[in-house]
Each structure stands twice: as structure tokens, then as C-alpha cells.
Ligand binder design. Structure first.
Ligand SMILES: Nc1ncnc2c1ncn2[C@@H]1O[C@H](COP(=O)(O)OP(=O)(O)OP(=O)(O)O)[C@@H](O)[C@H]1O
Length: 653
């Protein structure tokens, strides 16, 4: 149940003051440990195995590799816990196992949130997961990015527009982003916010729902030491002030960052080497005979201890023996401790967190907005992103301009002689090919990024696939239609196709329908492959196949039946035939030498041209109908793939 608390003092300036206060109450030792591990996240005997790669082609995997070996622990609200270990230790695997984001392999054990088994649909709304790659719209500002997240994630039935706006301001203040609210996120083309600000914005997107728990995967990777420290300090402040449990994987933190954590889980090849308070970690290892020098960064010291030394076989064996003994020592300690590994008694001096004013949080598993409202918000966001992408718009405009001039002057003022027939056919064949390549390939760049953002947003239950998809389609279309309509008009008159209003508008209609199919094909290819490089490499292959089966390069009757069906899904065929029908019907051609007018081989009418080139199988109406049917088919493929890939089956315990 939600509680209405729009004006609670935990919001806006007061919450910032609280945060500032907390940000200076940094790590003491056990002073920061919360008693309520059971109200946070607890896990017992997490065991995860994946099948190993089969030896030999076509053989099934019969062996498996253990990536997590019976790991137990807990993170209480208001605690910040680090998962550390060398590369491949299993940090991300453990984080994903606890966040419910593993897809393959066998996972066993128990994970409880607030003391009970998690409901997958509710859990993803109760917690936040910040991925390593900050997938954000580069064209939006920091404030807009967080604003859209709030609009889409906070249910309109519980949150008024004002309370959503207040929440956005709160989050911006929590994350100390007030100075950069109106700065674009940016990308490699257009410089935007700094790496640290970008990461904090990515965290802000997840924090708008005021989640009870925060998972962070490599939150500091790629950041310089100052930005990394700032990000961790901000997260620490939030963790305290909002009483959020934080579990974070981290690579080689500086000593300052390391000391921000309440507890640390040190992993080596899926085994725990140490899990407990940061403040006790140095003493723990010292008791085992591994003394960290006073000025050495304990994080570096521990990582050296738990990393295999591959310099030579002797050192490898020695380091392996050391790690094995550290794992055994910790298991012994864990077995001796009757309490759960990470749960530590409360410090009575600590002010109880329950006095913190709660914000209204999202607790229902349903959609936050009705479908139409969701579509309107996504249309607005995608439209902003499209129209602000200046380089892209310029490129979208330049391509048809250059091709138009090139085409127009190559096929300049076509005549009605015999030799012009070939030129006219070539011209009409080139149009659908050029439109297909010109639309499908470039649109994959933005689509694959936006589809990845959709997957991230949907993993938090933000919106439906259908509204994302429709918004993308409807915002892509106007650009392609507009620029290509200009180009198609210019080449029509430069090439001197039939000067007849009906013929011109029919030509334009057919071509624009072809643009619609091409956009739909681009979406389908992008959603099947989802990777920008793979889809941009394969898109020309598909278009080329459609091109070969379009009827101009190979005689349909000679195609093997195994492949001949492809011609029915070749949209180039239908556009080419419809354009040819439209243009050639009613045209008369002269023989180059009037004396040979009756000679064999001299084609006198456009209808004869259609017959000669086998372009008379379908009427214009049929071609347009078939283009419409292919559009629907491509949309279906897109929708199914997006839905299927955006809703992966996660392992759940
Ligand atoms: N689905 C999988 N199938 C096979 N092996 C996997 C799978 N997922 C992870 N691994 C392997 O498990 C080990 C741990 O991976 P994980 O990503 O958790 O490491 P990590 O500690 O986060 O490393 P890094 O810091 O380099 O990201 C690695 O050796 C990785 O190759």
C-alpha cells in the first residue's frame, strides 16, 4: 500500500540538509551497522553452476563449472556493502544472482527480501539496479532524463504532477547534480556531462522510486579517482539518509573509497575469502599472518592476497595454496559464528533510522501509466531525442540531396526513344534500392541503443514494449518521409517522368509506402540482432537478397523452387513493379530510326515494355496492398523479438 506523503520533510531542501549532515558522518566502525538485516536482503547458500563448453562440435555439455560456491550473507537497510575480488572472481555473478538477473545455468539457495521470499514482479519495483554501462539518451539533459524516469515509473494514480516534479528535484539534490541539471548527457559526437555526473544521473534514474535497495555493478569503472570517490560518497549519503541497503561490485577501490563501505565481501573464484565489517578486515587478515602495512591501501593488499600469481609455476602453486587456506579459514570462522556472516549487533549510540521521514514509494507491480499516456510520454521523449540529434538530421538530409542531384542529372530529361526505355527501367529500379539502403542501415544506429535503454527500463517495469515500439516508429517516420519526399520530387522532374498530376502523386505514394516498409524492415532487423554492428553488417545482406529476387536481375522462372518464395517477400519487387506500371502505362516510344518502326525488336508502347520486362504480374493496387502486408509482417517480427528479448527468463530463487 502506498502512503500519501507529498510534502513530507524528507523531500526537497530538508532531505538535502539531512543528506549533507549524513555525508559527513562517515565510516565509523560498527557504528554504522544496522540491526535489521532481516528487513534488508539476506541470502543463504547461493550456489551457481554453468555448463562448460562442450569438447567437440555438436557434443552436449556434460560438465559444469561452479561460479558461486555456497555463499551466505545479508545487507541491512542503511548499509553499504562492497563485493570485491580480482577479475573473474564472480562479483557480477553474485550481484546478478541476488538481483534476480541471471539467465543461464543452475542457481540454488535462498534469497529473502525484508525477511520473505521475493515476488519477481514486485521485487523489480522495490529495488534498483544500476548497470555498469550508463545507457541514457545522449540528447536529453540531466533533469529531463530523471524527469522522464519519474513520469514513467511513478504511478499517476498515487503521484500528482507536482509530487513527481518534487521527487525529481529531490533526486537531483540527493545526487548533487543541481549545477548540471540543464546539461546534455552527450556522447562521443557531442560532449556532455562528465563521467561521474553521467553515472550519478544513471543512479538518479533508478532512485526516483525511492527504492529500498540499490544494486550497483562496477559503479566506479571508467571514472578518475576523484569522480569515483564522489559517486561513492553520494551513494553513501543516500544509503544513510534514505535508509537504503546498497550492494556494489567494485574493482580496486582507493583507500578512501574502501573505507566508505560498511562491509566487504572478498571473493575468489566463487568462494568467500572474507565477508564482514571493513573495519575488522585488516585485523582479521593480520590474525591469519597477513599484515597490511600502515600506509598501504587495504583494498590493494587484499586483492594481492587473493589473486593467483601466474609469473611461474612455483608462484602459482604458492598463491593457490594461500588462497585455499584463506578460503578454509573463512569457512571455519563462518561455521564457528552462530549468527549470519554479515549480521552484526547494533550500536545503541546510533540514532534509530526509523525517525527518518519516509517518502512515498512504489509498491504495486502494475504499470505506472495507462497505455495512451505512456505512449504520449515516450513519443515526447523520442521526438526530443530525434530532433536534437543534429548530426543525424543533417546526414539524413544530405544523403537524399546528393543522391537526388546525382540521379537527376544521370537520368536527366529522359526521352521516349528506344534507348531511353533501358534508362527509364534502370531509373525506376534504382529508386527502391536506394530508398531501402538509405533508410534501413542508418536507422539501426539509434534504434539498437534505444532498444537497449528500453530493456534496462523495462527490467524495472517502467513501460510496455508496444508503446516504446510505436513511439519509435512514429517518430522515425516523419523524418524519412519528409526528406525522401523532397528528393523523390526533385528526381521526378529532373528525369522528366510523365508530367501528369495523378501519375506524380501515385509515384510519390508508392515511394513513400516503400519508405514505410523500409523503416519497418530496419526495426525488424534491429530487434532481431539488437547489436548495432551485427545488424548494420547484416542489413545490406537482406536488402541484397531482396534485390536479387526483385525481378530485374534474374528471371523468376529460372529460380530454384527452394529459393523462389523469396520473391514474394521482396518489397523491392512490388515497389519496382508498381512504379513501372505507373510510369510506362500510356507512354509511347519512337523507334530510333523511323524507317525501322515496324521492325522486330522496336517497342512502341509502355504496355509492351511492361510485358517485355515481366513487370505486369501485379496491379499497382495489389503491389501497395502487398507492401502494406509486408509492413505488418515486419512490425510483428519487431514486436515479438522486442518482447521476447526484453523479457528474458531470469533464474529465480
Ligand atoms: N553464463 C556464463 N557461462 C559461463 N561462464 C560464465 C558465465 N557468467 C560468468 N561466467 C564466468 O564466471 C566468472 C565470473 O564472472 P563475473 O563476471 O562474475 O566476474 P567478475 O568478478 O565480475 O569479473 P570482472 O571484474 O572482470 O567483471 C568468469 O570467469 C566468467 O567468465
Amino acid at each position: 500500500m502506498s502512503t500519501s506523503s507529498d510534502n513530507l520533510p524528507g523531500s526537497s531542501a530538508s532531505s538535502f540538509a539531512e543528506l549533507s549532515h549524513h555525508s559527513i558522518t562517515f565510516i565509523g566502525n560498527d557504528a554504522l551497522v544496522r540491526p535489521e538485516a532481516s528487513s534488508g536482503l539476506t541470502w543463504n547458500n547461493i550456489h551457481y553452476r554453468v555448463p562448460t563448453k562442450p569438447k567437440g562440435f555438436g557434443k552436449r555439455a556434460t560438465e559444469s563449472r561452479t561460479l558461486l560456491n555456497n555463499i551466505s550473507g545479508a545487507v541491512a537497510p542503511g548499509e553499504m556493502v562492497a563485493i570485491m575480488g580480482s577479475s573473474g572472481a564472480g562479483k557480477s555473478t553474485l550481484l546478478n544472482a541476488l538481483a534476480g538477473r541471471l539467465q543461464t545455468g543452475t542457481l540454488s539457495g535462498q534469497v529473502l527480501y525484508k525477511g520473505v521470499k521475493r515476488d519477481p514482479r514486485l521485487f523489480k519495483k522495490q529495488v534498483a539496479y544500476v548497470e555498469q554501462d550508463d545507457l541514457l539518451y545522449p540528447e536529453l539533459t540531466v533533469k529531463e532524463t530523471i524527469q522522464y524516469a519519474a513520469t514513467m515509473k511513478l504511478p499517476s494514480r498515487d503521484f500528482s504532477a507536482e509530487s513527481k516534479a518534487r521527487r525529481v528535484n529531490d533526486v537531483i539534490e540527493w545526487l548533487r547534480l543541481t549545477e548540471t541539471t540543464d546539461t546534455m548527457i552527450g556522447d562521443s559526437m557531442a560532449r556532455g556531462v562528465s563521467g561521474g555526473e553521467r553515472k550519478r544521473t544513471a543512479i538518479g534514474v533508478e532512485l526516483v522510486t525511492d527504492p529500498g535497495f540499490l544494486f550497483l555493478d562496477e559503479a566506479t569503472s571508467g571514472l578518475d579517482s576523484n569522480s569515483a570517490l564522489h559517486v561513492c560518497e553520494v551513494v553513501k549519503s543516500l544509503c544513510r539518509a534514505r535508509h537504503i541497503g546498497v550492494l556494489m561490485t567494485i574493482h580496486q577501490p582507493s583507500a578512501k573509497i574502501f573505507n566508505l563501505f560498511d562491509k566487504v565481501i572478498l571473493l575468489c573464484k566463487g568462494d568467500v575469502v572474507y565477508a564482514g565489517p571493513v573495519a575488522e578486515s585488516v585485523d582479521y587478515f593480520a590474525r591469519l599472518g597477513y599484515v597490511c602495512a600502515q600506509h598501504e591501501n587495504p583494498a590493494d593488499f587484499f586483492l594481492d592476497l587473493i589473486t593467483l600469481d601466474h609469473t611461474n609455476s612455483e608462484r602459482l602453486a604458492k598463491s593457490q595454496a594461500r588462497i585455499d587456506s584463506l578460503i578454509s579459514s573463512f569457512q571455519l570462522k563462518a561455521n564457528q559464528d552462530s549468527k549470519p556472516i554479515l549480521t552484526i549487533l547494533p550500536n545503541p549510540k546510533e540514532k534509530p533510522e526509523s525517525t527518518k521521514p519516509p517518502l512515498m514509494t512504489v509498491v504495486s507491480a502494475g504499470w505506472a501509466l495507462p497505455w495512451l499516456r505512456e505512449l504520449a510520454v515516450l513519443l515526447d521523449r523520442t521526438w526530443k531525442a530525434q530532433t536534437r540529434s543534429h548530426f543525424r538530421i543533417i546526414a539524413m538530409a544530405i544523403r537524399p540531396l546528393i543522391t537526388g542531384l546525382f540521379m537527376g542529372f544521370t537520368f536527366f530529361q529522359l526521352e521516349t526513344t528506344q534507348s531511353s526505355i533501358q534508362n527509364r527501367v534502370g531509373f525506376l529500379f534504382f529508386i527502391p534500392i536506394d530508398l531501402a539502403f538509405g533508410v534501413v542501415v542508418p536507422m539501426l544506429t539509434t534504434f539498437t541503443l534505444q532498444a537497449d535503454i528500453m530493456t534496462r527500463e523495462r527490467s524495472g517495469g517502467a513501460y510496455r514494449v508496444s508503446s516504446f515500439y510505436l513511439a519509435k516508429f512514429l517518430t522515425e517516420l516523419p523524418f524519412w518521409l519528409l526528406f525522401n519526399a523532397v528528393y523523390l520530387t526533385v528526381i521526378y522532374f529532373l528525369a522528366h517522368l510523365q508530367y501528369d498530376a495523378i501519375k506524380f502523386f501515385t509515384y510519390l505514394g508508392i515511394c513513400l509506402m516503400h519508405v514505410v516498409v523500409s523503416v519497418s524492415l530496419g526495426l525488424a532487423i534491429g530487434s532481431v540482432f539488437r547489436n548495432v554492428h551485427v545488424s548494420q553488417m547484416l542489413a545490406p545482406l537482406f536488402i541484397n537478397i531482396f534485390l536479387v529476387f526483385s525481378g530485374n536481375l534474374v528471371n523468376f522462372d529460372d529460380i530454384t523452387p527452394v529459393l523462389s518464395w523469396i520473391r514474394y517477400i521482396s518489397f523491392i519487387t512490388y515497389t519496382y513493379q508498381a512504379l513501372s506500371r505507373n510510369e510506362f502505362t500510356g507512354l509511347h516510344f519512337s523507334c530510333d530510326n523511323p524507317a525501322t518502326e515496324s521492325a522486330v525488336g522496336c517497342v512502341l508502347t509502355g504496355e509492351d515494355v511492361l510485358t517485355k520486362y515481366s513487370l505486369d504480374s501485379f496491379s499497382i493496387g495489389t503491389c501497395i496492398g502487398l507492401l502494406g502486408a509486408l509492413t505488418v509482417a515486419f512490425h510483428l517480427i519487431t514486436y515479438i523479438c522486442l518482447r521476447w528479448k526484453a523479457k528474458p527468463r531470469y533464474l529465480w530463487i
